[in-house]
Design a protein around this ligand. Sequence first.
Ligand SMILES: *Cc1c(COP(=O)(O)O)cnc(C)c1O
Length: 522
Amino acid sequence: MSMNTQGRPSTPGETASRGARKTFTGNRALDMEEPLIFEIGRTEVTGVDLAPPKPVKTRLGAMARTAPIDLPGLTEPEAMRHYVRLSRNNYAIDAGLYPLGSCTMKHNPRLNEKMARLPGFGDVHPLQPQATCQGALELIHELGRWLCELTGMASVAMSPRAGAHGELAGMMAIKAAIAAKGEAATRTVALVPDSAHGTNPATAALIGFSVKPVPAAEDGTVRAEAVKAALGPDVAAIMLTNPNTCGLFEPQIVEIAAAVREAGAYFYCDGANFNAIVGKTKPGDLGVDAMHINLHKTFSTPHGGGGPGAGPVVLSKRLAPFAPVPFVRKEGERFALVEHAEGAQSLGRVAAFHGQMGMFVRAFAYMLSHGADGMRQASEDAVLSANYIRASLVDLMSAPFGDRPCMHEALFDDSWLKGAGVTTLDFAKAMIDEGYHPMTMYFPLVAHGAMLIEPTESESKASLDLFIATLRDLAMSARRGETERFAGAPYHAPRRRLDETRAAREPVLKWTKPAPRPQARE
Ligand SMILES: *Cc1c(COP(=O)(O)O)cnc(C)c1O
């Protein structure tokens, strides 16, 4: 495979398996090759026509730019085509099953989009007078009330912009509570189990806690014994994910919560996997002090590729006074946005404004259209789908905790691939050729070569059956030693597998203009 100056494979059409003869353009029907915007854009072309600026007295002196700025310009139809063509290389939940574990990639009902685009929500401005956006404030208030109801918690902060941001807000509330008790100097440790999502130790470290790992037991869960052994007067909090990232409900969570509380510490629960237990279990009943909710996972909204996200954090009674501002309060028939903490205890502000309005609307529309029974059923179906996959593959693929039911996701490891000459990465790349986005790989770290599959409740039985049949076909192929199917995969994607070693050793960090393409002769 040859590379262009950017280190990208330069001849995407070369793969033998594509079979068809080369085309003049390099396109293959709807599969169109699209260069970078810098390769097709021209500075002199823009979609707008502005009057030339009036001359100004410049004070830049020798620092004034003399060379052209070289920003790419496109006409409107060119811009449209550029992004539409790129978008067709995207894999999306709207295109097929998206089995990323720990990510809950579920269908986003189109009704949500319609609601989010209503002008009163879609065009709301964070600085507009409160009297003019009472509906938006009411929705934030109502959504918060539902989140408290579903989690059994006392209070909620709506402003965090993502799960990790909610974690930060929750841990800051814990830190503020500890400081209020005069224990800031002594309680400096956060306990984080081995199987935790990377954001947990990162959050704890970011706000100045030192992270102490808690080992997971053989069966993939955290034992109260192990937590008790790690607790002491120096411990501020434990950060525990439930259901955990192995797809298991923590069976000793109540005992762990009691031990944490008894030791004078706080229980932060990572609620990213809430989709497995909505309507079944209330984290507040389990003894949780703070938990973020990834609205974009549990209550729909398409996510991935960096956004959007919303990570409200629910708080127990003892943490509620430390919640961040702003928040919405109902005063008679009106809704007021409280911008400044009234007591001295609020931890302050974690974001400029009140949160992601569009996501609040989508989440609320999702809740209203499902109702309490519908949300419970979504959780049950998500768990059923994951168990169907686990039970249908466990004879071929090794599952470290596969001898018992899982929650929302099924975890496999790579011990079944031993000696086959195929790795977890190869297996995932071969899934791309079959038209599937790979599952989560190499996470959680407690399983070697992990493959974590979360189908969610969105898939029909037919869709799950085809997915299972595909993975079985791949698995049998790997077991038969058909390494070629895996080693070079993906063969059919717009881009082939990167040479990751070369990319790490000789990274191309700067775009340089390629030489002009030779013109075809008459
Ligand atoms: C997704 C996830 C997070 C982080 O959430 P973001 O919204 O991506 O910031 C944290 N913990 C777990 C277990 C997750 O799955």
